[in-house]
Design a protein around this ligand. Structure first.
Ligand SMILES: Cc1ncc(COP(=O)(O)O)c(C=O)c1O
Length: 409
């Protein structure tokens, strides 16, 4: 029976839910639209997990039963080992398995934030993180980035000014030091260390979200912020979404056991899916994940290059940053070109993109686009940017016409 009724009751929503209605979807745009918006994995490269899934299904009493709240010990151990490769001193007690990094952030907000508590974010930042923080009713302290990542001196000045003025001090800082989403900027080692010092000085906790660290095309890695943390002030969020498959919904929180235990108490799902966790354990143990990452790097490098070339050809006068890894390109539009309008016209031309406006927790300092090269094939990327170029050209010519009219009058 159809459940739609003629008139819905005047539901008494919680304040935080009054204005939030999620659109259907959450998948790629589909149809004839070329997807250059969402950070989806490249479909042709999704791993074959049939043998691991069959083996996991054999372990019925583990994988079909309620699992342990903190996650399978084998997975916690495997994640700790994975993190130790990056110089992080993690053991099982530091790891809580969650349903993806976003879930980890949501839980961290739950245990740290009261409504209106200020949270430090980069400007721009990951659009879903901004959304999760808004749902936690946080207020924002947005700090600009330069080529070394979040500007720690601006941060210090802002924190000192707040302290001097007796304003409430941020409890949390959220950032992505490796191949930042959306800018692709890697934070320098100096800044990472400086952030940890500032966290100690001004008493806040750093949430380091690090999904793209392994998707590196060029250059040398620097240690994660967590590797500089000697006092338990950094919470690491990890995920297999960008290095295996987002559909598995497995991620982790890596933190001091005191934080892990507190967050686990608020993880109300009774434990993440043990079947999926067992599959991931096997993919880590049999090194399929490492092979998969190597394949992804070589494929996505080609995607990135195709997109950069196409942007140079079809989006004149824009500024694009060439990232050494990750999934995204960040494009600055010239003055007068509105990103939201470009998104609308691009959809009409048959390409889905993301307005940079969504990537700012507060007012954007200009007009930007976030483009993802992860999902579409190089041929579709080129065609998609060509379509985007048509939308861009139409706005530019209208802009020029109106400027000429003003100049003549
Ligand atoms: C910075 C960042 N964190 C987290 C995620 C998503 O992680 P998960 O799928 O594990 O929730 C993304 C996906 O785009 C991301 O860019």
């Amino acid at each position: 029976m159809n459940q739609t009724v003629n008139q819905i009751p005047p539901y008494r929503w919680a304040k935080r839910a009054r204005d939030s209605v999620a659109p259907e979807g959450g998948t790629t745009s589909g149809g004839d639209l070329i997807e250059l918006g969402g950070g989806f994995d490249f479909p042709d490269a999704l791993p074959d997990i049939v043998s691991e899934a069959m083996a996991a299904a054999e372990l019925r009493s583990e994988t079909l039963q309620y699992g342990p709240l903190y996650g399978l010990n084998d997975l916690r151990d495997a994640v700790a080992e994975y993190l130790r490769q990056d110089g992080i001193a993690a053991t099982r007690e530091n790891i809580l398995v969650v349903n993806g990094a976003k879930h980890g952030l949501d839980l961290a907000c739950r245990v740290f934030l009261e409504p209106e508590d200020p949270v430090i974010v980069a400007a721009p930042t990951y659009l879903m993180a901004a959304k999760i923080l808004r749902h936690a009713e946080a207020s924002f302290v947005s700090i600009p980035q330069d080529e070394e990542g979040m500007d720690t001196e601006v941060l210090r000045d802002r924190l000192q000014a707040r302290q001097d003025a007796g304003e409430s001090m941020p409890k949390l800082l959220y950032d992505m030091p490796d191949f930042h989403n959306p800018t692709g900027i890697p934070m320098s080692a100096v800044r990472r260390r400086r952030l940890v010092d500032l966290a100690t000085q001004y008493d806040f906790v750093i949430i380091e979200d690090d999904p793209y660290r392994r998707i590196r095309f060029e250059g040398e890695a620097v240690p994660p912020i967590k590797a500089f943390d000697e006092s338990g002030r950094v919470i690491g969020l990890g995920t297999i979404s960008k290095i295996l498959a987002p559909g598995l919904r497995i991620g982790w929180v890596n933190a001091d056991p005191a934080i892990v235990r507190r967050i686990a108490a608020h993880k109300s799902d009774g434990g993440s899916c043990p079947l999926l966790q067992r599959i991931v354990v096997q993919l880590l143990r049999n090194r399929k994940m490492d092979q998969h990452v190597a394949t992804l790097i070589s494929l996505l490098r080609v995607h990135r290059n195709a997109m950069i070339d196409a942007i140079h050809e079809h989006l004149p006068d824009t500024l694009v940053r060439v990232p050494n890894g990750g999934y995204f390109l960040w494009v600055r539009l010239p003055p007068g070109i509105d990103a939201d309008e470009l998104v609308r016209r691009a959809a009409k031309e048959g390409v889905s993109i993301i307005s940079g406006r969504l990537c700012f927790a507060e007012e954007p300092p200009g007009s930007f686009l976030r483009l993802a090269y992860s999902f579409s094939t190089p041929a579709d990327i080129v065609e998609g940017v060509k379509r985007l170029g048509r939308a861009y050209a139409s706005i530019r010519s209208e802009l020029e016409t109106s400027i000429n009219r003003i100049v003549r009058s």
